[in-house]
Design a protein around this ligand. Sequence first.
Ligand code: PMP
Length: 380
Amino acid sequence: MNHKFTPYHQLIASLHAKDSIRSFRPQTALINLSSNDYLGLINDQALKDEFLHTYQHCTDFRFGSSSSRLLTGNFNAHEQLEATLSKAYKREVLIFNSGYHMNIGIMPALCDQQTLILADKWVHASMIDGIRLAKERGTKSYRYRHQDFCQLNALLDKHHAHYRHIIIMTESVFSMDGDVTDLTALAALKQAYPNVSLYVDEAHGVGVFGRYGLGVAEQMSVMNEIDFLVGTFGKAFASIGGFLVCDEVIKQVLINTMRPVIFSTNLPPINALWSDFIFQKSSSLHKKRQELLDNAKYFIQRLKELGYQCPSDSHIIPIIIGDNNQTVALADKFRSHGFYVLPIRPPTVPVGTSRLRVCLTADITRKQIDDFLHVLGSFQ
Ligand code: PMP
């Protein structure tokens, strides 16, 4: 055997031994409770037909952009998508190929030795990678305890005089616990310090929260307080890509210095057309949003009645089991009853909190929720 690959074989063997191996799975015909298609738009044939009918003869109906946006990859479709978002959020908007590109690229482009990042301990891996890259530019960072604004305030108090710019990073709806951040409280904290900004990732909030589906910041009426409001198209908006709502000067800096913008082929124009189309549709889907969140409330309440502690106040609902093997066994049991819900284990979540992570979508009915909870009840 060739020894140069020995450590890789050992790694895979140890992941198998810990029951932690990851692999791709085929699509199934089961009821999907692990999808981010929160508004249930991805399989909507009428929407697809309307999109094709409207856009198939448009010059931007192209499946590739053939270069970086700063070279020849910028099309009307991209500008149009930004204009639509900009009209809705009433600020400048810059789009990105994915939420991951966005979160790894913004911080390194904006931060320097005079910047301090204060991030919630549980922010998404893409933001953590962005912070790591910013460190190469001499940026300091601290992770405060999850949702602990007292600790955050103490950190602000201690450090605000020593940095030009302090950026607080959080998610509006946390992806593993489904808890919703009190952005009003964060906005109030920020206002106490002139050199503090807020970076809020609304990946799981856009499309779901707010009268027009602009996210938790819209719902809490603090959109103007969020200096860097980022969202993704890959979840409720049934597409692909990321976007940042920000000031004009920030957009200019990012266009000029952000490496994922400069060095990657731009999003295919057809994706920008589709995102624009869906975003405009979704603003009128308030009833769907309401039903989804009502179903989530009902689910959480029933879960608590079954004796589970549940930190969620959204459509992302963890069923915390603790033990890895038991969690996997429960996922298998649900599969045999027609429900597809994936187990989440460490290191994605803290040790001892393995869970099934239920993502409700607008497609799931009350009856299906009742059936699901019935299976859960019989497992105890
Ligand atoms: N931010 C958060 C909070 C996420 O959950 C995700 C995706 N899981 C991303 C960013 C990355 O977005 P994308 O999938 O568009 O790369």
